[in-house]
Each structure stands twice: as C-alpha cells, then as structure tokens.
Design a protein around this ligand. Structure first.
Ligand code: ADP
Ligand code: MG
Length: 350
C-alpha cells in the first residue's frame, strides 16, 4: 500500500524551499543584503564568523520593521514588495517572493531585530527582536536594543539538514563566496557604505560615494584592483527604452581569466548567455580569442520588458525583445571600443 497523501508542514515546506534559495552562507548574505537595500539603507555592516557557517549577521540602517510585522516577515510568501500581478511585472525591488527569511530560518537559528524609523512609525520607536526556534516556532517579539534599522543574525547554518551541511566547503572557501557576493552588490550600489568583517578582521570598508566624480572610480579600484578605472573606458549610451552605462576595460588590459565580468540588469547581477555573446562579439575585432574582457556594465530598461521571475535565485532574466537587447549592447560597446582605441581618451562619449 502506498503512503496516504498528506499536506506537508510549513516547517518542512520551508526546508524544501531553502534548497532553492540557500545553497551556502553566501546565499544567505546575498538575500539579507538585498533586503537591506530594498529597505533603503545608507550603510551596511556584514559580520561573518568562520566562513558564515558558525554565524553571520547583516545590519542596516534602513526603514526597519514595526513590531506587529516581525512575525509576518518570517512567514512564508509574505512580502511588502508586491500586491498583485501588475506589481510583479513592474518589480523594482531586488526581492518580491517572500521566501528568503522563512527559508533561511528553516535551516538555521535566526534572530531578527529591528526598529522602525520613527518617521515611519511614530507610535513605536523602540526596538524588538524575534527568534525562530529549531522546530520552526516563533519566540518573541521581545524588547531589544537597536538603532533604527534591522539586524538579521543567522547561526549554525544547516544544523538541522546534515545532507546540505556536507556540501559546505572549508571556512575559507565559504568566506570567499561571501566576499564575492559583497563585491558584486557593492559594485552596483556605490551610494551605500559597506563594511565586511571576517572573524573580527575588517576585510572591506567602503564609504558611500559622495557625488565627486572620483569617488565612484575609487570604489571600482577598491573592488577590482588599483588602475581598473584608469584602464577602462566609461560608457553611457541610450537608445529607445534602453540604457547601457558603466566601464569596460580597454582591450589591452583584457584578462587571462573571465574574473571581471559584472553585468547588471536594473540593478540585479545576472548571468545570461545572450549578453555574454553580445559583449564577446563587440570585443571580437579588438581582442585575442584567448583573452577575456573585463567590465562592470549596467543595463537599464523598463521593468515590463524583462522578466526577473525565472528562478528563485534570480540570476537569470528573460528579455521580451532579446534580439533588440543583444544588438543594442553589441553596437554600443563596439562603437565605444572603436572610439576609445582609435581616437579620444577615456572621457569622450559616443
Ligand atoms: P522579500 O524580500 O521577497 O519580500 P523576504 O523573506 O526576504 O522576502 O523578506 C520578507 C519581508 O520582510 C520583506 O518584504 C520586508 O518587508 C521585510 N524585511 C526583510 N528584511 C528587511 C530589512 N532588512 N529591513 C526592512 N524590512 C525587511
Ligand atoms: Mg528578500
């Protein structure tokens, strides 16, 4: 006789969903930082112990979560970022699925501490903390000490899912993945200050850019090595609804590894074969086959022209007019490269 059909418990559903969202400590850091950015923070502190396996904490000075919504923030499919399908088609935030916090909480010991900015919730300007017990129940909210903003602390990742725990690599490797995640997000958001610590050691301290032209370049150099900005061509091209801006390394400074390829669509880092292909083609006349272009590029387009809801990790997107996007990128880059090499210095624009 087969087993009877049963409805899974929420806790088990969350643990299964965690398989898609939470691959390793770095995926937790990504989700938490994205939440902080969605909450309009100006600064972020990321504190990691032992590769994030033992403990990690992301702290922001964003909008905060009022006391009566703390439990909801941890509930499945609960989000403040979407109301209806039209919102999904025009999504501006990094998150929208309402899955990250409950998924992370189902495979770790999670504590959420928050104080809503008093301009948003004048009735409640104290801080509150809520924790999730190992069997998935909520503990709190109880009063806590916290400046306006939110901290999420995640301890003992995968303590209750040993099969996943086995896939973790060394603490150093896990930390390197976290470092990558922080770099990618810090490249996209120079207006936000980032601080990253590992085992108490300060790894990055990136002040927010202040509008001076040099400060944007300073962040690039901090994250990609001194000289990156100097060795790159700045680009900013618009056509119809599309805008491509950012930096491409001059072909003479191409890399032996594809380790400096950052492409963002509406602020979200993505991997996309179509885009890689367009860039490759733009470089084809200027670059030896065995070398890899370096770039930090941002494509902006109206949200309804791109579907970001392809996979829970949101690394993939689908363009409505993929041919148009491909050709726009290829032409824009090709022209900029030709100009940068044959004439003009780094400052002239196409
Ligand atoms: P999503 O980001 O897809 O909405 P999450 O599970 O990541 O789902 O977060 C659930 C909700 O909790 C968010 O919609 C948001 O309202 C709130 N939240 C999470 N993190 C923060 C934060 N750092 N600051 C303010 N609100 C937050
Ligand atoms: Mg989120």
């Amino acid at each position: 006789m087969p087993n009877p059909i049963r409805i899974l418990s929420d806790h088990l559903i969350n643990q299964i969903a965690a398989g898609e969202v939470v691959e390793r400590p770095a995926s937790v850091v990504k989700e938490l930082i994205e939440n902080s950015l969605d909450a309009d923070c100006a600064r972020l502190e990321i504190d990691v112990e032992r590769g994030g396996i033992k403990r990690l904490r992301v702290r922001d000075d964003g909008r905060g979560i009022p006391r009566d919504q703390l439990a909801l923030a941890l509930a499945r499919h609960a989000t403040s970022k979407l109301v209806d399908l039209a919102d999904l088609e025009a999504v501006q935030t990094l998150g929208f699925r309402g899955e990250a916090l409950p998924s992370i909480a189902a495979v770790s010991r999670l504590t959420l501490t928050s104080r809503a900015r008093s301009d948003l919730d004048a009735a409640d300007d104290s801080a509150w903390e809520i924790a999730v017990t190992p069997d998935g129940r909520l503990d709190g909210p109880r009063p806590a000490a916290h400046p306006p903003g939110t901290s999420v602390e995640v301890r003992d990742l995968f303590f209750n899912t040993p099969a996943r725990r086995k896939f973790l690599r060394t603490e150093q490797t896990e930390f390197e993945h976290i470092d990558q995640v922080v770099r990618r997000l810090a490249l996209a958001r120079p207006d936000v200050a980032f601080e990253l610590r590992h085992n108490g050691r300060l790894v990055h301290q990136l002040p927010a850019t202040d509008g001076r032209p040099g400060s944007r370049r300073a962040r690039l150099d901090r994250l990609l090595g001194a000289g990156f900005a100097e060795q790159s061509l700045e680009i900013d091209v618009s056509a119809l609804d599309l805008r491509l801006h950012g930096w491409v390394r001059r072909p003479a400074f191409a890399r032996s590894q594809p380790d400096q390829q950052f492409f963002y669509v509406n602020g979200r880092l993505i991997r996309d074969r179509l885009i890689t292909h367009a860039i490759r083609q733009a470089f084809s006349d200027f670059l030896h086959q065995a070398r890899h272009p370096g770039y930090v590029l941002f494509l902006e387009l109206p949200p309804h022209l791109v579907d970001v809801n392809v996979h829970p990790s949101k690394h993939e997107v689908r363009f409505r007019e993929s041919r148009q996007v491909h050709d726009f990128i290829r032409h824009a880059l090709k022209r900029r490269l030709a100009q940068g090499i044959l004439g003009g210095g780094p400052l002239d624009r196409p």
